[in-house]
Structure formats: C-alpha cells, structure tokens
Design a protein around this ligand. Sequence first.
Ligand SMILES: [Zn+2]
Length: 303
Amino acid sequence: MPELPEVQTTVNGLNTVARNHSIRAIWTDYKSAFHEGKDNIKNPAYFPYFKKEVTGRTILGATRIGKNILISLSGGRTVLIHMKMTGHLLYGHYLFQKGTWKPADPSSPLGDPYNRFIHLVFSLSNGKHLAFSDARKFAKILVVKTDQLAKHADLGAIGPDPLSPRFTLTTLRERLALRPHARIKQALMDQHLIAGIGNIYSDEILWRAGIHPESIVSHISAAALAAIFKAMKPLLEEGIDFGGDSTSDYRNIYGERGAFQGRHHAYRRTGDACDRKGCTGTIARRIVGGRSAHFCTKHQIKV
Ligand SMILES: [Zn+2]
C-alpha cells in the first residue's frame, strides 16, 4: 500500500502537471454493490453526483493528509483520493479503445503493466488525462465541500503528520502513549496515532532504531523512543527523495517506478544477513497484528 512518501510523490506530481487545468469530463467503470449507500464513486448511485460536482472545475493544487490525496478545485470543492492497496494516479495522453483506456504511447512508462488497470479518468482542458490505475479496486474516491473538509469523518480521526515541523519527540511519545499495550510496529502503523506510516516504513524505522517490532509501547525506554524518532523523519524524507517505493504496484504520476525498494534493510529481506555494520544477525519475518514484520534477529532488541 502506498505510504506517506508515495502519496507525497503523487501529490508533488499533481502539482507539477495538473495545476490550472480544468476537468472537462469524468469516466469510470467502478461499480460495486458492496458500496451501495456510501460516499464513494464505486457506488453507482454516487457517481452522477461526483460527476456533477467536479466537472467544469479547475484544479488549484494538491495536498496530503496522512495517506489521503486532496485535490483542491475551484468553487470550493475537494476531491479526496485514498489509493489503498494498489491505486495510483497517472498523467498523460490516453485513448479510449474497445471500452477501455490505453496510453497513446504504450512504449512510455505509462505502458508499464502495473499501470493498465484504469478505472477512473479525468479528461483535462489541455487534452491530457488524469487516469487512476487500481488493480485490486480498493481505492476510495469522493468529493467534499472544501470548507467541510476538516470535519470530514475520513480525515478528522487521523493523527499528526510525522513530517510536520510541529511533530517532535514529545508528539511521538504522547501519540504512542494512547496505545500503551500495543506492539510498537502496530502503533506506528495506526493512522489514528501517526499519519502515513505503513508496513514498509515501520519495518525500516525499527531496523534503524534497533527496536524489535513486537516490543510493547509502554516498555520502550526514553532512549529507544528517541532512536525511533531520530530514524523516522529522515527515512520518510529519503522515501520521497527516492521517488517512493515500487516493491508493489506504486508508480509515480508519469507511470515510473520509485527507487526506495533498493534501499531496504529489513522489509522483504527475510533470510538475508543484516547489513548493519558489525551485526551478525539475519533478517526474519513474523506476523505482528496480521501484518508481516521483517527485523534483524540480533540488533533489534525486544522490550
Ligand atoms: Zn542486525
């Protein structure tokens, strides 16, 4: 699932390519009986409303709250996109052929097989398209009145952003203290506590900090907490600098892979020798709270 660095990479891309273009038309083939009655374009009764609210408006810019993309439109509307497992936004020239959308230039990165699951397309005033590829169709997409964004149920309960300058070591301590009995990996991934960290970056943060993913929050010392804090911000920034992580489906707005998957020390490196200087441990994998945790058996200490 895209995490903070991948979502930020897409937001940065949107601000580069989509700003000041207006939305001429919207197409989707999302349709799910499960989403009946919900504010989500997968609900066939909601899509006409979405289309009416969004068509004709100009894209002012994009921002991020946690793993949510917010596309600000003229006239006080905001499109909210949560990419979930496999969703990602793409920009380019698309053609509608035989009931589906294809990039006009299939030899471009947009032709990457991971980009072929197009389920939503915004046609822009410059003749280009914003297309949304979503292999597993778990994404959530809706429109909100911008002045009601802050109290929207999807955003109100999200914890503070770890890359905000206001997010300090004290913030980390206070947020984690809300779940004292949780295991640290689960607490770091809890979007109500801290926004934007998921499976990949939690593994990498804990590897760098030398903390075992199953450590109980309330048992973690002040020094260990400081080590987590010290690892967290630079690692998320590194994720953005490397264009996000494309271990799975994530691609940037041009359809290109990020490079952070080449920087992993723990995530999906089960059986590898730990590459921390002087460490003789091995990377192991264990299920923690239903998710795979990858960690070094030697230098990541359980408390
Ligand atoms: Zn190690």
